[in-house]
Design a protein. Structure first.
Length: 138
């Protein structure tokens, strides 16, 4: 079974690259098929627009709150992951305030033939902004 350690390594590596400002096309290797993130409202955000949004931010911090992993299939080996993550960030342009959120994450992750785990689905259905959070239009 895909382990919690493998899930966290995949996700934390993806988050690191999100915060790095990399081009979306350089992040396709995290996904099976064309990479994208499903944001609140079920809107599909391709990786380059996702990266453009994050390039406006700095000092991003992701922190695990909860994680639940359930096996879905054995062939191919897949797990469904439900997590709650704290995500905070500031604005590159010096705008006052800090984004402070709790994000519900849902991922479908598969072990590929090369042994690596990759996202089949990356979904963030709920982004809950703290009362004192700066605004961010997603």
């Amino acid at each position: 079974m895909i382990t919690e350690k493998e899930v966290k390594q995949l996700v934390e590596s993806f988050w690191h690259d999100v915060c790095s400002g990399r081009a979306g096309s350089e992040m396709e290797h995290y996904f099976i098929g064309q990479g994208h993130v499903m944001v609140p409202g079920g809107v599909r955000m391709d990786l380059e627009p996702h990266q453009e949004m994050h390039r406006q931010l700095c000092d991003e911090v992701h922190a695990w709150k909860t994680i639940e992993i359930k096996p879905v299939w054995e062939e191919p080996e897949r797990v469904h992951v439900a997590a709650l993550v704290s995500w905070d960030a500031s604005f590159v342009d010096g705008r006052p305030g800090r984004i402070k959120t709790q994000v519900q994450e849902e991922w479908l992750i598969e072990r590929c033939e090369d042994g690596q785990v990759r996202f089949v689905l990356y979904r963030s259905p709920v982004v809950d902004f703290a009362d004192d959070s700066a605004e961010l239009n997603i």
